[in-house]
Design a protein around this ligand. Structure first.
Ligand SMILES: [Zn+2]
Length: 450
């Protein structure tokens, strides 16, 4: 199947030109920009829009269904991306206009090129090309594009898509969303490149801890104050973090990178259970590996009195928690309560549970083999995603939810997600489209033979 990088990029400009910025307050979102993107997709991918059914779900999310011919007993599969982008930030810091796709020095620049319209582009290209070749799927294929992934909105488009599918009795045999990618090995402390496939994502929660006190004039303080007591709670939370654990996907990551580490690290990583007592101390030392092995509880905000001569009647801290799969919001609340003491009120402000871990079976192997074909030099590994994605909603209808964008997010591109001068290498768009085309062809064929 032929994919032309330059021609694909020429169609990318129109996607980037739609200023699909999402806001937590849906009133602030410019719906017209999303409808413009819908129209652009319809005009640019005529075969997709002739052969697939398309529904607008929620305010502006899209759900496409490509009906299979029924020759495979496989459950349907779903390709995901999100239509929205984060705000541009200070425009004067951008070297080119964020909504004008710009090619320069081997990169393409624009808001959303990496997060996450590159995925939308490659999926549309793959399906259009398969249709042009006359290929028809043996089982149903869904394309699911949320319109507010970037914000914690009460009306999540992805959740609405999942509800719609659930009501129709659909279960999915494969879901693939953003989260993993091909990237430099330095992110995992090794020399070769890595292709990381997200198996799960951490949950997130904000807890507020509050203490009450009689207060009074600062000239006649008591032996303790509300601030002193809440500060002690903060110190306890930092001194006694939640316990470290190795979940399966993190254990796999360590196992797969171990051959590329020095001898000491290799020994520890190859014998994780017997060396756990030492290994956990090593992992705890780096912020990245610490976050991979426990629920983190970061004290981020504090408040007390509004004046220097007034003893506060209440003092509070906010603790931002990132929850490791296996821990629950209630586990975290209980831990904070224990650390803070009975006189401290602990309340959950907002939060979402950690996702389960997806199965590492032949469906994962299919993705891993495609990732290896895409980047033959890379070490392919499961991993735990630290941030959130729309994928978490899909566990309600699938045991096989994975996160992998078939692109090389190099050291220059990766830090530009959500930042100024967001960019991606200008090559590889053809390979990304080919990745999805091969995935769709092999997925149904594999199950058909089973
Ligand atoms: Zn994203």
């Amino acid at each position: 199947m032929q994919f032309d990088n330059d021609r694909i990029l020429s169609r990318f400009s129109g996607m980037i030109a739609c200023e699909t910025i999402s806001h937590s307050d849906p009133q602030e979102t410019d719906d017209a920009s999303f409808f413009a993107l819908h129209d652009y997709l319809a005009a640019t991918y005529p075969l997709v829009h002739r052969h697939l059914t398309r529904e607008v779900i929620g305010k502006a999310s899209l759900l496409y269904r490509w009906q299979g011919d029924g020759s495979s007993p496989a459950l349907p599969c779903a390709l995901l991306a999100h239509l929205d982008v984060v705000p541009t930030g200070d425009l004067s810091l951008w070297d080119s206009h964020p909504f004008t796709l710009t090619r320069k020095d081997g990169y393409v620049y624009g808001r959303g090129v990496l997060d996450n319209k590159c995925q939308l582009l490659a999926q549309m290209e793959a399906v259009e090309a398969l249709l042009a070749e006359g290929w028809s799927p043996p089982c149903d294929i869904y394309l699911c594009y949320g319109h507010n992934e970037e914000v914690l909105a009460p009306d999540s488009g992805a959740a609405a898509i999942v509800d719609t599918l659930k009501q129709r009795g659909v279960r999915l045999g494969l879901v693939i969303d953003e989260g993993g990618c091909v990237t430099d090995g330095s992110t995992l402390g090794i020399a070769p490149r890595v292709a990381v496939i997200g198996m799960a994502e951490k949950g997130m929660a904000d807890f507020r801890l509050t203490v009450q006190d009689p207060g009074g004039h600062a000239s006649q303080p008591g032996p303790t104050s509300a601030v002193g007591r809440i500060a002690r709670a903060a110190v306890n939370i930092e001194t006694y973090p939640m316990p470290q654990r190795l979940i399966s996907s993190v254990s796999q990551t360590l196992q797969r990178v171990s051959p590329y580490m020095d001898k000491g690290a290799r020994l520890l990583l190859e014998h994780q259970s017997t060396s756990w007592f030492i290994l956990k101390k090593v992992l705890e030392k780096s912020r990245a590996t610490n976050a991979m092995t426990r629920t983190t509880t970061a004290v981020t905000m504090a408040s007390g009195s509004a004046a220097s001569n007034v003893l506060p009647e209440t003092a509070s801290i906010t603790v931002n928690c990132r929850i490791l799969p296996g821990d629950s919001l209630e586990d975290v609340r209980r831990h904070l309560q224990q650390m803070a003491g009975d006189d401290v009120e602990v309340s959950l402000l907002a939060g979402s549970e950690a996702s389960p871990e997806s199965k590492q079976d032949e469906t994962f192997d299919l993705l891993a083999s495609l990732a290896a074909e895409l980047a033959p030099d890379a070490v392919v590994t499961p991993y735990l995603m630290m941030a959130g994605s729309d994928a978490r909603h899909y566990y309600a209808i699938s045991d096989h939810v994975y996160r992998f964008a078939p692109y090389y997010f190099d050291q220059k591109a990766l830090p530009t997600a959500h930042s100024v001068n967001e960019c991606l290498p200008e090559t590889g768009f053809d390979e990304a489209a080919r990745f999805y085309a091969k995935l769709l062809m092999r997925y149904g064929a594999r199950e058909g033979q089973a």
